[in-house]
Design a protein around this ligand. Sequence first.
Ligand SMILES: [Zn+2]
Length: 211
Amino acid sequence: MLKKIRAWIRLIVGLEFISGTNQDGSTLYVVGLKEDNEVWDEVRVTFKGQALPGVKCHFLKMDCEDIPCSHIFVVLKFLGFDIIPRCCVVDRWTMGATAAFRSDKNNDPNVWSEHMVRYRSLRNMGSDAFFEAARKLEQTKNVMDFLNGVLDKGSASHENIVAADFGPMPTHFLSSNQPLEKRVLDPDEIRAKEAPSKRQRPFRETLNANN
Ligand SMILES: [Zn+2]
């Protein structure tokens, strides 16, 4: 997935931002090929104040492959984004993704998700709080002491004996140490792909084929 995203991001060098038109709460951006101004695509970006609740390209790559296309990246670059906004990241690529298959391991999915929801809110808040605390040595020490207290409590409970060597871990990491209940077949052999052909299909042809 990341490979594909990288490929789309690389393609933005051949694209340019042409125009943007405001239409009640959203803006329609036109992105075109640098060498050929007849080939262009429209990206609709919905704004809610400073937030971006939606980005949609009529090329529909996002809908087919669940990743933003190069047109969207051109617009994000134009809007000054350094990171891919949440509206362009489909749930399946996030920690909020649900498992496609039931796990063989004996962990309860409800326990897992509640644990992870709490863990994520702590982590998000913690990152800001640690940054604040790190401004002063005294504050840093206090936070360290508090965290050490949490770690000591965690390693004292019998549930976390395995994790004690590495510090506390979410439940799903602990379960990865448990043997599978069923016998597992050997995975399919993965053969190396052949070298790619030298001439790759130019982007413009791909665009024309899709229009
Ligand atoms: Zn697109």
